[in-house]
Ligand binder design. Structure first.
Ligand SMILES: NCc1[nH]cc(CCC(=O)O)c1CC(=O)O
Length: 315
């Protein structure tokens, strides 16, 4: 292919870091690559994400792709709305970073070492509810902003800690500042956290094939397919207080041979009245080829447990 492949990205340090990795992988096939920065409404507004609307970080990139100004859009997968965009395809999912959430606390503290009343900053309803559910008496402070802005609030003493995706910190080279990586038992990550989604125009089969063969990672795709199917079946958006984590595990079949299966955990959690948390949780396991079905079935189980009523008012 002799054309220069235009890769569109947001301009944040995190977005540029993740796009750089994708660009290097595409360059390694011999293709020529150009990086195009696109400003999104999510970058310009400092209002809470829940008030700006669905797809605040991803819609502008999608539109730029549809206008033929870029050939590939690099998204943080967890920020992508569950509804597919007409005329675009999800061409590849690169290898995932560690999907877990991480605590960055003053004085090297872990969650359990923070004193009651300690101020912990996060903007995500999912993290707020799960933090609250731990019953540690923490004061949860809603915050926004890029990774550096959030981390600075701890360095400046404004907050005792913040919770961020470990993947983002890894990509901007700041994992050393993590004081505890949160166990998914305490804090289930957002569906597809740590993964990227590469979109191209549906009609652009050359790019679609290049991305699928050069960048796509099968295990990541299986895992995020299950997590996102769960989110979609809950009819919840990418900012809903839903956690999901799929892991590929080894199991034994009827004959005792080792087979790979998908283990999926899911939760919906919202802060209720008088400081309590309403939370439902479930887990299930299925064959490696059944990611989509597993996600849908676990969502049905969560709905049976009352997830619909939990998520309803939050949407
Ligand atoms: N919503 C913002 C966002 N989108 C992707 C990441 C981190 C990287 C990832 O999860 O892939 C972050 C920041 C965060 O949650 O800490």
């Amino acid at each position: 292919m002799t054309r220069v492949i235009r890769i569109g990205t947001r301009g944040s340090k995190l977005a540029l870091a993740q796009t750089g990795i994708v660009a290097d992988t595409i360059r390694a096939t011999g293709a020529e690559v150009e990086i195009v920065t696109v400003t999104t409404p999510g970058d310009l507004s400092s209002a809470p994400i829940s008030q700006i609307g669905v797809g605040v970080f991803t819609s502008a990139l999608r539109e730029t792709l549809l206008r033929n100004e870029i050939d590939v859009a690099v998204h943080s997968y967890k920020d992508l709305p569950t509804a597919p965009e007409e005329g675009l395809v999800l061409a590849a999912v690169p290898p995932r970073e560690d999907p877990r959430d991480a605590l960055i606390a003053r004085d090297g503290l872990t969650l359990g070492e923070l004193p009651p009343g300690a101020k912990v900053g996060t903007g995500a309803a999912r993290r707020m509810a799960q933090l609250r559910a731990l019953g540690l008496g923490l004061e949860i402070v809603p915050i926004r902003g890029n990774i550096d802005t959030r981390m600075r609030k701890v360095a400046d003493g404004e907050l005792d800690a913040v919770v961020l995706a470990r993947a983002g910190l890894a990509r901007v080279g700041r994992v050393d500042e993590i004081t505890e990586t949160l166990d998914p038992i305490q804090m289930l990550p957002a569906p597809a956290q740590g993964a990227l989604a590469l979109e191209c125009r549906a009609a652009d089969v050359d790019i679609e094939h290049l991305l699928a063969s050069a960048v796509d990672d099968e295990s990541t795709r299986v895992a995020v397919t299950a997590e996102r199917a769960l989110l979609a079946a809950l009819e919840a958006g990418c900012s809903a207080p839903v956690g999901a984590l799929a892991e590929i595990v080894e199991d034994l079949d009827d004959e005792g041979a080792v087979v790979e299966r998908i283990s999926l955990r899911g939760t919906a959690a919202v802060e209720g009245e008088n400081g309590g948390v309403d939370m439902v949780r479930a887990s299930a396991i299925a064959g490696i080829g059944e990611a989509e079905k597993l996600g849908r079935e676990l969502a049905a189980e969560l709905l049976d447990l009352g997830a619909g009523a939990l998520l309803g008012p939050a949407l």
